[in-house]
Design a protein around this ligand. Structure first.
Ligand SMILES: Cc1cc2nc3c(=O)[nH]c(=O)nc-3n(C[C@H](O)[C@H](O)[C@H](O)COP(=O)(O)OP(=O)(O)OC[C@H]3O[C@@H](n4cnc5c(N)ncnc54)[C@H](O)[C@@H]3O)c2cc1C
Length: 390
């Protein structure tokens, strides 16, 4: 029986392992951490958003990066419907939440992961934890293992080591120089779905932890209404992640603090008699600004202009920030193995070595697109690797 090696036991690697085993190969999964799927389990802490229930064209349009076409091809065959069916085969009924996000009813990842591991065990996949790939040894793959150094010479390999964020969960990007040395083209890692760093004035301390619910964000061509949170480090949360690519690409970010009203409506409301009220009280009352939005206006807008200029500022408040938060805090990473390095899912420079998941150069917003992309590319890379070995 041909021996297949999968390195990395996240969603992409486990999917590849299943495909290889079902094709009749003997499969070893090498995982650096003491247990598997740590990022998947972390993703489940805030509700495991497996996929997005929306027309396939919209799903496919969510992917970008040099490898986006390859990912789209995989997701076209293993997309929202297939991901939901797959979860059901693991005993995890799914439901569609707000804005089409699909979650397992259990919300967390652990029951799904447990059932998945049982299924992989049934088809003979052997998982070796605390097996850290440390680079190449000639044509072999060298590992630090609990019993010392080991070098494997599999017939075929799928690399699924993840991106370069949340290193404590395993995906530290250490593999990039080893592949670069072999002539594999890489796009530099960059934070995706990341928060914004803001050096707040002391006035903002009271707002740390406050959600901002009613604002519209505009950055480059990206505009959306959504929620985010003011934190001690800056601005975080779904709506900020959604504009982070545009900000990374150099777009300025503005906030519309009164998205339900036109600039004229805002100006009319501001022109109401103020009486003895302070400007802050007047803004709060006439525009129904909650403390968080009022604080943002003061922080980024002072000294406040008057009349129509103030209305215009409230509709397009420029956010002063210090760029994206560091890559290790990002939900996902852009960059990685570039399209030029790939023939399908196989590395041109290393025949018989395939790659899948977040280590490829693609990105997508949050909303389930990431896990769907990892599952789909893992499956297709595993199938391609099995065909190559066969
Ligand atoms: C807080 C958080 C919440 C998220 N929520 C969601 C969500 O709800 N929906 C969604 O779609 N996506 C979400 N994501 C993103 C999603 O979890 C990732 O995109 C996905 O896990 C990537 O899968 P992967 O298999 O490519 O890599 P990973 O899941 O990162 O797995 C890679 C594996 O490779 C192992 N590894 C790395 N280096 C080595 C080595 N040298 N030797 C051996 N093993 C190694 C790692 O330990 C790890 O187990 C979230 C991410 C975070 C951080």
């Amino acid at each position: 029986m041909s021996r297949a090696l999968v390195i990395g036991a996240g969603p992409a690697g486990l999917m590849a392992a299943g495909a290889l085993a079902r094709a009749g190969l003997s499969v070893i999964v090498a995982e650096a951490k003491p247990s598997v799927g740590r990022k998947l389990l972390m993703a489940g802490k805030s509700g495991l958003n497996l996929t997005k229930d929306e027309p396939l064209e919209r799903v496919l349009a969510a992917y970008s990066g040099s490898v986006a076409d390859l990912v789209r091809g995989a997701v076209a065959g293993f997309g929202p419907m297939e991901v939901s069916d797959w979860a059901r085969t693991l005993g995890q009924e799914v439901f569609t939440g707000s804005s089409g996000r699909v979650f397992p009813k259990a919300m967390k990842a652990s029951p799904l992961l447990r059932a998945w591991l049982r299924q992989l065990d049934d088809v003979g996949v052997e998982i070796r934890t605390r097996w850290r790939w440390t680079g190449f040894d000639g044509t072999g793959f060298a590992f630090d293992t609990p019993t010392g150094r080991a070098v494997l010479h599999p017939a075929v390999t799928v690399l699924a080591l993840g991106g370069a964020s949340w290193a404590r969960l395993g995906s530290d990007g250490a593999w990039a120089p080893w592949l670069a040395e072999k002539g594999v083209a890489l796009a530099p890692f960059a934070p995706a779905n990341a928060g914004l760093a803001v050096a707040w004035s002391d006035h903002m301390r009271k707002q740390f932890g406050a959600p901002v619910k009613a604002a519209r964000l505009n950055a480059g061509g990206t505009t959306l209404r959504g929620e985010f949170v003011i934190s001690s480090r800056g601005l975080e949360g779904g709506a900020i992640y959604a504009i982070s690519k545009a900000v990374r690409d150099g777009a300025a970010l503005t906030l519309d603090l009164c998205p339900d009203w036109s600039a004229e409506d805002v100006a009319t409301r501001l022109a109401r008699p103020r009486g003895k009220a302070t400007l802050a009280a007047h803004l709060r009352k006439s525009l129904r600004l909650d403390p968080a939005r009022l604080a943002l206006l003061m922080e980024f807008g002072r000294p406040l202009p008057q009349g129509a200029a103030l209305a215009a500022l409230i509709k397009a408040l420029p956010v002063r920030h210090d760029g994206l938060r560091p890559i290790d805090e990002a939900i996902s990473t852009a960059g990685g193995i570039a399209a030029a390095a790939l023939d399908g899912f196989m590395l041109r420079a290393l025949p018989g070595v395939f790659a899948a998941g977040e280590m490829l150069d693609w990105e997508a917003p949050t909303g389930g697109y990431l896990i769907t992309g990892c599952l789909a590319t893992g499956l297709r890379a595993g199938e391609a690797a099995a065909r190559w070995a066969g």
